[in-house]
Design a protein around this ligand. Structure first.
Ligand code: APR
Length: 249
């Protein structure tokens, strides 16, 4: 707790805060982290068999079914105290940039604006072939809890298969999005790295950029992460416990 107070002080002096979030921020909303999303029914699958373009081409019904299961989890979920605290932080500092690896929309639903989604969104599917956005996704709850194979819809423009609007392993991040995030990392003076294993690049590289450019880097995570060694300070605890403490002063 004393450490959280130290950060509250850093926040008071901060001019540009960068919050970099990962799956752990949504964990307390009941959204499975990437690792947890491969438990239960999906335990026998390797991420490389679900989250790659090759996997989609080889078995579109398997991959689409997995993403629909995850999207339905998000539809059922609500933002938690961590999402709300991050939205509130924006009013406590002159400038806040929020960069997330998450493909859910819980930051937005908690009130955060201009969220930079490095890895895309579960809610913005598009055509695998021509990239046209697809607007026909069902927003009603329709999936069984455990998920199932589902055929992806067809694109209304070219007849191709519709895919999730997320960045898969082996795919480049959208350039403008990555550049905006890297610019914020180089300009910020405080970076909070919340709920990410810090193992996936180039996203995790943001912490290195921020540290190299002179920002204070603080990791918040209940477990050790690959970015602990880049951080000036590591706070051990869950996002929904630690982040609201930063708002008490
Ligand atoms: N509060 C904060 N952190 C938590 C919590 C919690 N309640 N619960 C778990 N965590 C932490 C875990 O300790 C772990 O470090 O969240 C992290 C989740 O790690 P991953 O599932 O690997 O998620 P993330 O780091 O966001 O993954 C990065 O990899 O799979 C790809 O594209 C996908 O965006 C994803 C990227």
């Amino acid at each position: 707790y004393r450490e959280a107070v130290m950060i509250a002080e850093a926040l008071r002096n901060c001019r540009h805060l960068l919050v970099f979030s990962g799956a752990g921020v949504s964990a307390e909303s009941g959204i499975a982290t990437f690792r947890d999303a491969l438990s239960g029914l999906w335990a026998r699958f390797d991420p490389a068999r679900l989250a790659t373009p090759e996997a989609f081409l080889a078995d579109p019904e398997l991959v689409w079914g997995w993403y629909e299961w995850r999207r339905q989890q998000v539809l059922r979920a609500a933002p938690n105290a961590a999402h709300r605290a991050i939205a509130e932080l924006a009013s406590r500092v002159p400038r806040l940039t929020l960069v997330t690896q998450n493909v859910d929309d819980l930051h937005e639903r908690a009130g955060s604006q201009a969220v930079i989604h490095l890895h895309g969104s579960l809610h913005a599917p598009c055509c695998f072939d021509c990239a046209a956005p697809y607007a026909g996704l069902d927003t009603e709850l329709s999936e069984p809890e455990q998920g199932r194979r589902l055929p992806p819809p067809y694109c209304g423009v070219c007849g191709g298969r519709v895919r999730p609007g997320v960045v898969w392993f082996g795919e480049p991040l959208p350039l403008a999005t990555l550049e905006a995030a890297e610019q914020a990392a180089k300009q910020c003076d405080l970076m909070l790295v919340v709920g990410t294993a810090g193992a996936v690049y180039p996203a995790a590289g943001l912490a290195h950029h921020a540290r190299a450019a002179g920002a204070r880097v603080v990791v918040l995570n209940p477990a050790p992460s690959a970015l602990d060694e880049v951080a000036h300070q590591v706070l051990t605890g869950t996002a929904a416990t630690l982040l609201p403490q930063l708002l008490d002063d």
